[in-house]
Design a protein around this ligand. Structure first.
Ligand code: SF4
Ligand code: SF4
Length: 156
């Protein structure tokens, strides 16, 4: 499958040298590794603030492609879907997956070798077993009270 994100014409290794706030829009978009984990429903412990991701995916998530099926018009169906920006990273990073490139860079960590920017292939995130490709259940099939039965293990 070809890479749905245009990762051409970017500055070499810009993710190592350019601060998040200084990236171009194209560089910003290219940080996404396509893992699909931010499209999962999460459970948050009210007391500890701990967040667990579940394999129960947003109704618009297509786990074959590992992408949103209606990305440009998604807010018509899922108004609460966030648009990640430098200005709201502080607000959202606590629940983003630990392998997410935005979170890694925000935490001052390097990207993994399987990131498409490094591997040169959109498939490497799937081959590394990091993505949610073919691993989700749609939210309309699972009662919210049963989501805890579908918590996924995150790398530590
Ligand atoms: S978790 Fe991060 S890297 Fe994965 S799909 Fe979402 S934004 Fe992209
Ligand atoms: S609307 Fe699309 S981008 Fe937003 S969480 Fe759902 S599948 Fe993901």
């Amino acid at each position: 499958m070809s890479d749905p994100i245009d990762r051409t014409g970017l500055r070499p290794r810009y993710w190592d040298t350019v601060p998040l706030a200084k990236m171009t829009q194209k560089e910003w978009e290219a940080l996404c590794d396509g893992c699909g984990k931010c499209c999962l429903n999460k459970l948050e412990d009210e007391e500890t603030g701990e967040v667990a991701l579940t394999r129960v995916a947003c109704r618009l998530f297509d786990d074959t492609t590992c992408r949103c099926a209606q990305y440009p018009i998604r807010h018509q169906f899922v108004p609460e879907c966030i648009t990640l920006r430098v200005s709201n990273l502080d607000q959202h990073m606590y629940w983003m997956p630990v392998t997410c490139a935005y979170r890694l860079l925000w935490e001052g960590k390097p990207l993994f070798d399987w990131h498409p920017l490094i591997s040169g292939s959109a498939e490497s995130v799937h081959e590394a077993g990091v993505s949610m490709q073919l691993r989700t259940v749609p939210e309309f099939e699972i009662d919210e009270e049963d989501w805890e039965d579908h918590i996924i293990e995150e790398p530590t």
